[in-house]
Write a protein that binds this ligand. Structure first.
Ligand SMILES: Cc1cc2nc3c(=O)[nH]c(=O)nc-3n(C[C@H](O)[C@H](O)[C@H](O)COP(=O)(O)OP(=O)(O)OC[C@H]3O[C@@H](n4cnc5c(N)ncnc54)[C@H](O)[C@@H]3O)c2cc1C
Length: 395
């Protein structure tokens, strides 16, 4: 049995948010062993008013609180729990807030999601369409009073424990033939069939399942945002999730660093604590350097998201922070593991190996590194004027 995070005493953090997170994470049981996201975390965060504070004020609410919440949870709980929390508080709630204004049905759902009594998931990826979401085949066919949903989704995190799911689907025309237009609709998870629970490399405290929709009828009011703008809607929600991934990395790596520094002071080799060997201490200092730069980037982007419209340029900049954070996470947790020597590799002795496997998801979930780089590449601009005056290449 691997060492669980609950075996570690997490240093108390000050402030209301830290207190709220500690309370929400208390008494959860071993979610990693149960392979289920503990709903109680979001229920308690809802009851404590944290979700409402996050989304108070004009859209998009207090994004800085959103990233602080993601960091706090990731610092104190397995990454799977942090990913599940951000999925609901950032991806799902951002979309419900932005696009869910058109009907009482969605307004009611949003209120329950803010209370933490209705937990939402996002189903975009399919067996055929993962990176290329424009290829999704799940069909929404117009019927009297609403839509009929049929198709399959390969990865739905929170799909085993959640209450509803935002589904990216293709619109059919009146005759049932697929069109080029995509849309996002809300479907109760009780109406989806879970066909597989995925065994994963890490993030065991988060359930991720494959689901199928067999002619599920939903009311017209369950259409989230304008029909035809499904891809833009999902992209909107994913930007919030990607920023939260950056914050999760701050929390998870910060936690790993704390353990590694402590170990470097307790373990003695060559007549002194590991930390007294400057090369090792400087490597730990380097981890902190990289975290501080990432922190500045995450907080800067949170501020911009609160102040500016989420246009292509901002989407690309958030993607840049996400890809950087994801790659850092893998490397920096590995650095912390290294300080433990052999014990870092032993899953009964330290949690570092599990943490390394957990943070690896950041390079895939919410869009892969490559898709983030594609967004960033779209913003590369040559400096024609400067080039003309600075470059003299002879034939
Ligand atoms: C644990 C877990 C939880 C998840 N949870 C959810 C969820 O809740 N909701 C959801 O919708 N999805 C979820 N996903 C799915 C995730 O978003 C996708 O796995 C991811 O977007 C990649 O899609 P894919 O797996 O189909 O890979 P593919 O699209 O098949 O890509 C395979 C590889 O090729 C690369 N690639 C693809 N196209 C290009 C290109 N044009 N140029 C260069 N490289 C390219 C990709 O970057 C990747 O490295 C989850 C995945 C995992 C593993």
């Amino acid at each position: 049995m691997a060492v669980g995070y609950d075996a570690i005493s997490v240093p108390p953090r000050s402030g209301t948010l830290g207190d709220n997170v500690r309370e929400a994470l208390s008494g959860l049981g071993d979610a990693s062993r149960l392979r289920r996201f503990p709903r109680g975390v979001l229920e308690k965060l809802g009851k404590l008013g944290v979700l409402r504070r996050r989304w108070a004020g004009p859209h998009p609410g207090d994004v800085l609180l959103g990233v602080s919440l993601a960091e706090e949870v990731a610092a104190s709980a397995p990454t799977g729990i942090a990913v599940g929390v951000s999925l609901h508080t950032e991806s799902v709630l951002s979309m419900l807030h932005r696009f869910g204004t058109g009907s009482d049905y969605l307004a009611d759902l949003r209120e329950r999601a803010l209370d933490g009594t209705a937990i939402g998931a996002l189903a975009a990826s399919e067996p055929q369409g993962g990176s290329d979401l424009s290829a999704v085949r799940t069909l929404a066919t117009p019927v009297a009073g609403g839509w009929r949903i049929s198709g399959s989704k390969k990865y739905v995190s929170l799909g085993a424990v959640g209450d509803f799911v935002i589904v990216l689907c293709r619109l059919a025309d009146g005759s049932g033939a697929p069109t080029r237009r995509l849309a996002t609709v809300v479907v109760p998870l009780a109406r989806a069939e879970v066909v597989r629970e995925h065994d994963k490399l890490g993030t065991h405290a988060l359930d991720t399942v494959a689901v199928e929709f067999h002619d599920v009828l939903i009311p017209a009011e369950a259409m989230l945002g304008r029909p035809g703008l499904g891809l833009a809607n999902v992209s909107y929600g994913l930007s919030f999730e990607r920023l939260a991934v950056g914050a999760q990395v701050l929390g998870a790596v910060g936690h790993a660093l704390g353990l590694a520094v402590e170990h470097s002071e307790r373990r003695e080799q060559f007549g002194g604590p590991l930390r007294s060997h400057q090369h090792l201490e400087f490597r730990l200092a380097d981890v902190l350097v990289e975290l501080e730069v990432l922190r500045a980037a995450v907080h800067h982007m949170a501020g911009r998201l609160m102040a500016e419209p989420l246009d292509r340029a901002l989407v690309a900049r958030i993607a840049a922070v996400k890809v950087h954070a994801a790659r850092l996470a893998e490397r920096l947790v590995s650095e912390c593991l290294q300080v433990f020597g052999g014990a870092g590799y032993l899953t009964r002795e330290t949690p570092l190996g599990q943490m390394w496997q957990d943070v690896r998801l950041a390079r895939i979930g919410g869009g892969t590194d490559e898709m983030m780089l594609a967004l960033v590449a779209g913003e590369l601009r040559g400096a024609a004027e400067a080039y003309r005056s600075a470059v003299r290449i002879t034939a």
